[in-house]
Ligand binder design. Sequence first.
Ligand code: SD4
Length: 328
Amino acid sequence: GDKLPLVINTWPFTNATTAAWNAIFNLKKSAVDAVEIGCGKCETDQCDGSVGWGGSPDEQGETTLDAMIMDGRTHDVGAVGALRRIKPAISVARAIMEFTTHTFLVGDQATAFAKEIGFTETDLTSNISAQMFKDWRNKNCQPNYWQDNVTPDPRTSCGPYRPIQEVDFEHIPRDDVVKKEHGVRIDEHYHDTIGMVVIDSSGNVASGTSTNGLNHKIAGRVGDSPIIGAGSYADNHGGAAATGDGDIMMRFLPSFYAVMLMKMGVTPSVAAAEAIKSIIKYYPNFVGAIVAANVRGEYGAACHNLAVFKYSVADPELPNVTVMNQTC
Ligand code: SD4
C-alpha cells in the first residue's frame, strides 16, 4: 500500500504527530511546514515539561530553548541554541532558515534577531520551573544562602551539583578535575525533546527538534537537539531524530550517521541501532533513543538504557496516530 506521507516523532507526543499529520495529509502543506507545526504543537502544549517554556530551569533558574529544522530537499537548515525569552523556538529556527543566509544563532543575539522579525519577548519561567529551581537549590546549595542571608552567588554556592543518575566516570580524563554533572533524567516518565521526521507523498524529507534541554544545566549549555546531524538530519534518502543525553550524543552525530547508513541501503531499524551502538561503544551508560525513516516510508527506532522507548507514527497504512514500543 501507500506508505507516504509519513510522520514519525520521539515519545508518545501524539498531539504533535496529529498536528503534523493534519498539515501534511489533509492540508497538503510541505514537509517543512509539517515539522514546524508538529514541533510547535509540543512547544505550546509544553510536552511533558521538556519542550517549550516553563521547564528544565538552568542552574540560574532560567528556561532556555534549543531547536532546529532541516529541509532534506535543499539541505537548508535553521537552528537556535540557548534561546532566551522567546517561546516558539522551532519557528525562530524556521525564520533563520527562511530569512537569513545563516544556519545557527544562539543566546541573546538569537533573541534580538527573533524580536527584530516580530516574535514577542516573554518570560519563559512557569510556576513549575520556578519551584523546580527552588527545590534544586534547597537540596544542592551550600550554604543555604537565601535562608541564611549569605551573599547570593549561585555560581560558587551551588556546585558541583549531584547527578540524578550515576554517570560513567571512566571517561573523565583527569583525576584532579571535578566535572560538573547535569542530571540525566530521561526515562519513560520524562519524555524529553521532540524530534520529528516528516516525508511528503513525493518523498521530500524534513526533520526538526525542539527542547528545553536538561534540568539544572550550566547556563549557556546547548544540547544536541539544535546541532545538525546530532538532534536530527534529513536528506533525499531519509531522516532521523534523536533524544537523550545530548552532551554525549552530539559527539557522535547519530542522526547524520543513521541517514548515511540508510543512503547506503541499510533499513531504518538497523540504521537506528547502529547509530546507538556507535555511542554505547564509548559510553555504555548512555541513555537515549533515535527514530529513523527512509523515503520508501519504512521506519524504525533504537534506544539504550530505557525499559521501553515510545515513539509516535502516522502514515496511510495505520488507522490512527500510533504509539510504538521499542525495547532497548
Ligand atoms: C538535550 N537531547 O538537551 C536533549 C534532551 C533530551 O532526554 O532529549 N533529554 O540533551
